[in-house]
Design a binder for this molecule. Structure first.
Ligand SMILES: O=C(O)C(=O)/C=C/C=C/O
Length: 492
């Protein structure tokens, strides 16, 4: 179907430093995962450019941005949201070119959240209050203690390839709303909407140095130089737990605040009294959305034994009906992000068989022809029959796959669902309101959905426990992370 062309076709995506687009130096290829073809080149920031970006961000803290009134900062965030919406089709085309995600996912979730994140944190910053205490003193004259929120300073933002614009702006919006400046490093797989965001910032007049964008990939590149940079004040990262560990080591040197949203091996629990159709539809979304490449996806599904066979059969029927292919030809599900990630997921499909799984559906590569034959597609896959200690049940796969197991009691399924080193999210399906509250509270995760999945109120605490991360984003939790509170005591 006709659609907006990819904005950077056959060009070099530039870095954005101190208000200028910089495309000099080495480049690396940008691959469209639908076809496996190179669609552009990406300018890799060298260490000098990373230094320049951090220095520009430092300078901007004491320039017009640092002196800007809150109302003007809030208005600027609103203009960024307006500009994203004005270029909505460009952002959709860019996000799909980088990821191959479905038109529905890009137009209903990813790009709308880009604007929504800026609007949410403009409103939260505007409404923010601080604390004040009237204090008694021995002389009886009293004192006033009040607190103010100051920016952290220069914030390093390292964002992932699965929800590129959503997750980049989920950090950039609150960081800016609190008066910080930013050096952002998007995933090498998905530089396009981040580069469009830099164009938007430039267009709406965000002062130079406030938002900087650097590209790079692999070890010994921009991302590593950024998170270990001595003049960065804080680091926020969403991505794999192993990368989080490496970033934490780099942050330790300067004792820097870190905000991490990492991996998951999330459970979906379907009780016998669940609304069956809602549970099936909701679990289709929580397993296969974005080709299973969402940290909140359900890779472990537990179904009450009396409805187990019916649930497995129905989910498999619907999984087989998913249309894979070109996002612009109405595909329900696109490819994985890259050939390398496809190899990782296919490795788990093979491992599942070795571990004794029954492959209810999928387990391989779809038979796609023409341009799509070069894409990183895998079949939506449903496994059963694995033991709870199987690697496919314990390790994050990050693909369109789940393992479904029966359970017999509430206590049993809670214990099994919590038996993981991760602790991000859970989805519970039940019609019993008491059970919903009782079971939700016992889940060792940061986020529980009941009879829903990925319904998002941006004011709620968002993040995970254990290997799934450190801290919470969302609402006042983001404002708290991106601020340094200061208490001032006035003797009366
Ligand atoms: O919806 C959000 O705000 C969010 O952070 C989603 C994260 C998904 C990670 O894969």
């Amino acid at each position: 179907m006709p659609h907006t062309p990819y904005p950077f076709a056959d060009r070099t995506l530039p870095n954005y430093v101190d208000g200028a687009f910089v495309a000099a130096g080495d480049t690396f290829p940008l691959i469209d995962p639908v076809t496996g073809r190179k669609i552009a080149g990406v300018a890799a920031a060298d260490r000098a450019l990373v230094d320049a970006a951090v220095a520009a961000a430092r300078r901007a803290l004491t320039g017009p941005w640092g002196r800007m009134a809150l109302a003007d900062r809030v208005a600027l965030l609103g203009r960024i949201a307006d500009a994203i919406e004005a270029r909505f089709d460009d952002f959709v085309a860019a996000e799909i070119a980088d990821t191959g995600k479905s038109l529905l996912q890009a137009t209903r979730v990813d790009i709308p959240r880009g604007a929504a994140n800026f609007r949410a944190f403009a409103a939260l910053a505007q409404a923010r209050s601080t604390q004040c205490f009237e204090s008694d003193t021995p002389d009886g004259l009293g004192a006033i203690n009040y607190s103010i929120a100051k920016p952290l300073g220069v914030v390093a933002v390292v964002s992932p390839w699965n929800l590129p614009l959503l997750l980049l702006t989920w950090k950039v919006a609150p960081a800016l709303s609190c008066g910080n400046t930013i050096v952002a490093k998007p995933s090498e797989e998905t530089p396009s909407t981040a580069t469009l965001l830099a164009e938007v910032m430039h267009e709406v007049g965000v002062p130079e140095g406030v938002f900087n964008l650097i590209h790079g990939f692999g070890a010994g590149s921009a991302g590593e130089w950024l998170v270990s940079h001595a003049d960065v004040d804080a680091i926020t990262f969403t991505g794999e737990s192993a990368t989080g560990t490496a970033i934490m080591r780099a942050a330790a040197e300067g004792v820097k605040p870190i905000s991490f949203e990492l991996g998951g091996k999330n459970a979906a629990i379907i009780f016998e009294d669940a609304d069956f159709e809602a549970a099936i539809a909701g679990t289709m979304r929580s397993v296969f959305s974005n080709c299973g490449q969402v940290c909140l996806c359900s890779e472990r599904v537990y179904v009450a034994r009396p409805i187990f066979d019916r649930f497995v059969a129905e989910l498999a029927t619907r999984a087989r009906a998913l249309k894979l292919g070109d996002p612009y030809a109405g595909a329900d599900m696109g490819p994985l992000i890259s050939a390398a990630h496809r190899e990782k997921v296919l490795g788990y499909y093979r491992l599942a068989v070795e571990e004794g799984a029954t492959i209810v559906t999928g387990g391989g590569v779809p038979d796609l022809v023409g341009d799509l034959a070069g894409g990183s597609f895998v079949e939506p896959t449903i496994l059963t029959g694995l033991a709870d200690d199987a690697r496919c049940v314990r390790e994050e796969i990050f693909g369109p796959v789940c393992h479904i197991a029966p359970f017999d009691s509430e206590e049993e399924v809670i214990a099994r669902a919590n038996d993981t080193r991760y602790g991000l999210a859970a989805a519970l399906w039940t019609s019993d309101v008491k059970r919903a509250h009782r079971v939700a509270r016992q889940m060792d995760v940061g986020i529980v959905w009941v009879n829903e999945w990925f319904l998002r109120d941006l004011r709620t605490p968002f993040g995970g426990t254990k290997l799934s991360g450190i801290g919470r984003e969302g609402g006042e939790h983001s404002l708290a992370f991106y601020s340094e509170p200061m208490n001032i005591c006035i003797k009366l």
